[in-house]
Write a new protein. Structure first.
Ligand code: SAM
Length: 285
């Protein structure tokens, strides 16, 4: 009866349901966005504490079941159901997000939430354990990757609790974890396209040194091209004698990172690196 393609794994353990709702820190004045309410096990608990719940559900059958579940209860008027794919929807203002997330949309959901404005206070999200551990991984951890830094750039991410697969019906193949995202407001003043361009290079082979990743022909060609475009766009003289490889090495050495490896560097290190390159007219997009 449950649709695997939609990641339908219903939380059947009330202790876990209550645990998630307790950890969310709902205030009576809060509007809560719930992604994928399913049959509503979390929803009814959230409704007890929040001012309003906006629940986005893709499966019309489950949306109907949830509507029925709150019908002629005091919670009916506090619940608004959005039908359809949360990734494609314009989301209303909300204070908190709570979701036992359909795992197929983990990554797009995280980025959709981080780009959402106005800012929300926090999001409590259930993910596959490995995805969750990537989100929270610190520098040096073997799961530390581009996803970790892209998310940690915009939000404080913490691991809240582990949830075993047998708390779900049907049980998913892997274990799960709940994480909390608290967006930094204001966000760091970085151009994400620049940041992402740099991260793609330094994490392309994350156990290599930064110079090792920078000195490939495609990377150097791209940097040189961007340099010329940047000069042209800003009425600057192109330095024709520029040896791009030597310049890159010089910049990396100036911040003592030529021999560093991305998997050991912090967000602050990467911000410093990006700033150094940009100051020298080198751009990643
Ligand atoms: N919240 C319920 C619970 O904890 O028991 C169900 C969680 S189940 C893991 C995920 C739910 O998200 C399912 O109800 C599924 O139909 C819904 N869903 C899947 N993809 C979706 C999408 N793109 N947008 C909105 N809902 C989606």
């Amino acid at each position: 009866i449950f649709n695997k393609d939609l990641g339908q794994h219903i939380l059947k353990n009330p202790l876990v349901v209550n645990g998630i709702v307790d950890k969310a820190g709902i205030k009576p004045s809060d509007t809560v966005l719930e992604v994928g309410p399913g049959t509503g096990n979390l929803t009814v608990r959230i409704l007890e504490q929040a001012k309003k719940v906006v629940a986005c559900e893709m499966d019309p059958r489950l949306a109907a079941e949830l509507t029925k579940r709150v019908q002629s209860t005091p919670y009916q008027r506090k619940l608004e159901i959005l039908h359809g794919d949360v990734i494609k929807k314009d989301l209303p203002h909300f204070d908190l997000c709570i979701s036992n997330t359909p795992y197929q949309i983990s990554s797009p959901l995280v980025f959709k939430l981080l780009l959402h404005r106005p800012f929300f206070r926090s999001a409590l999200l259930m993910f596959q354990r490995e995805f969750a551990m990537r989100l929270v991984a610190p520098p040096g951890d073997k799961l530390y990757c581009r996803l970790s830094v892209n998310v940690q750039l915009y939000a404080k991410v913490t691991h809240v609790m582990k949830v075993g697969r047998n708390n779900f019906k049907p049980p998913p193949k892997v274990e799960s974890s709940v994480v909390r995202l608290e967006p930094y407001n204001p966000p760091p003043p970085v151009d994400f396209a620049e940041w992402d361009g740099l991260m793609r290079i330094v994490f392309s082979r994350k156990n290599k040194t930064l110079m090792g990743n920078f000195k490939t022909t495609p990377v150097l060609t791209m940097l040189e091209q961007n340099y010329k475009t940047y000069c042209a766009a800003n009425d600057l003289m192109v330095d024709d004698s520029l040896d791009i490889k030597a310049k890159v090495l010089e910049l990396l050495q100036s911040v003592d990172m030529a021999e560093a490896r991305a998997n050991k560097l912090s967000i602050d290190d990467f911000l410093k690196l990006l700033y150094t390159f940009n100051q020298a007219g080198l751009h990643f997009c």
